[in-house]
Ligand binder design. Structure first.
Ligand SMILES: *Cc1c(COP(=O)(O)O)cnc(C)c1O
Length: 385
């Protein structure tokens, strides 16, 4: 089920549980079977039931692609083996010489892919401040092919006006990809704001349980979708049927998880804003947060990620990151369990010395869905000098 059911007007929570997931025609199984078969029988040469070979298409993958596309309010969905594999396929839409405008706060791996893998092949990039739209327009490079936007960004949680940036880019012939990993489609649907492509690391909130690596692209435009489907198959960075099943299963509860993530994040923010060890709290709901107005306009709620800088510099940040008991010190984010990390030395080490470098006294939290009181108590004890 895809477009038809969207036309029925089902809400997000219903689509999460039913889009792409009607009972299996052969057995009546209510849960989509994990189709491990790599190949599919043909009754005559070239005559088959829609599947030939599992890299090109697989029933479990189709179920998940249909589900997540519906959640993103997009007509097409494409699953990949990781978020970075999805990103790599987006880059393949460009012609050599076309420039990428990359927001100056972004996931470290995105920066590495663009600056270290694609740039040497003749795809230039420029880091830009996407919050200053006048400056963006005044300094617009004519060779721009793609604007790469995260909102909220990783790890500073800055938010940008997606609709306004899409208008600027489209008027100048460039596409916009929005990395929606932090917001999730429950909180924000970039396609409805004009984005050409919505990108996910499905490893994070979509999967939601820290047990699958995956990537996803949601697209409305038929031509862009066709080109991406071609490279999805031709370059072959597809997820396994079991990985597709895990994302499908995880995404069924995305709405209820996000509500709790947001609620718990607010409890943590309340602790941090008045804490003497904390220098600055970064959370899109705070009225003085960069991009708060954009977030309030385009998001349903403010998300489960909280970052903060501490007094006492890098040493204090490293000490706090290692002092929690319930928050596990680990990379990644977006799952049921709470995580803490030091971006400068961990997730964003690859951005050191670049325009995307992050402060060394920064701590990033992925607030899970445990009991808020336990999380607040744990962080409070870790903040004690
Ligand atoms: C993790 C992450 C990615 C990369 O995804 P992988 O699944 O690890 O390849 C991309 N963007 C953001 C915002 C991320 O947090």
């Amino acid at each position: 089920m895809g477009e038809e059911q969207q036309q029925l007007g089902w809400a997000f929570e219903t689509l999460a549980i039913h889009a792409g997931q009607e009972p299996d025609a052969a057995s009546g199984a209510v849960v989509p079977p994990i189709s491990l078969s790599t190949t599919f029988a043909q009754s005559e040469v070239g005559v088959h039931k829609g599947y030939e070979y599992s890299r090109s298409g697989n029933p479990t993958r189709t179920a998940m692609e249909t589900q997540i596309a519906a959640l993103e309010a997009a007509r097409h969905g494409l699953a990949f083996a990781s978020g970075l594999a999805a990103e790599d396929n987006v880059m393949r839409l460009l012609q050599q010489g076309q420039r990428v405008l990359l927001g100056n706060d972004a996931y470290g791996g995105t920066f590495r892919l663009i600056s270290k893998v694609w740039s040497p092949l003749g795809f230039p990039w420029t880091a830009v401040d996407l919050s200053d739209l006048d400056r963006l327009v005044a300094n617009w490079p004519d060779d721009t092919g793609l604007v790469w936007l995260e909102s909220p960004t990783n790890p500073l949680l800055t938010c940008f006006d997606i609709e306004a940036i899409c208008e600027i880019a489209h008027a100048r012939g460039a596409m916009v990809v929005v990395d929606n990993t932090f917001a999730t489609p429950y909180l924000q649907q970039p396609i409805t704001l004009g984005a050409d492509i919505t990108l996910h690391s499905a490893t994070k909130y979509l999967g939601g349980h820290s047990d699958v690596v995956g990537g996803f692209l949601a697209v409305d435009d038929d031509e862009i979708a066709d080109r991406l489907r071609f490279t999805q198959n031709a370059a072959g960075a597809v997820p396994s049927p079991f990985d597709c099943y895990l994302v499908l299963r995880g995404a069924k509860t995305l709405g209820v998880r996000m509500d709790r993530h947001c609620e718990n994040a607010r409890a943590i923010v309340d602790l941090l804003v008045s804490h003497p060890t904390v220098e600055r709290v970064l959370y899109p709901q705070l009225p003085d947060h960069p991009g708060h107005a954009a977030a309030a306009k385009q998001m349903r709620d403010y998300g489960g990620m909280v970052s903060f800088t501490v007094k006492g510099g890098e040493a204090a940040a490293r000490r706090i990151a290692a002092a929690t008991e319930l928050f596990t010190l680990a990379e990644s984010l977006g799952a049921v369990e709470s995580l803490i990390e030091h971006p400068g030395a961990m997730t964003h080490a690859s951005a050191a010395g670049s325009p995307l470098e992050v402060p060394d006294n920064l701590v990033r939290l992925s607030v899970g869905i445990e009991h808020a009181g336990d999380l607040v108590a744990d962080l409070a004890q870790a903040l004690e000098p």
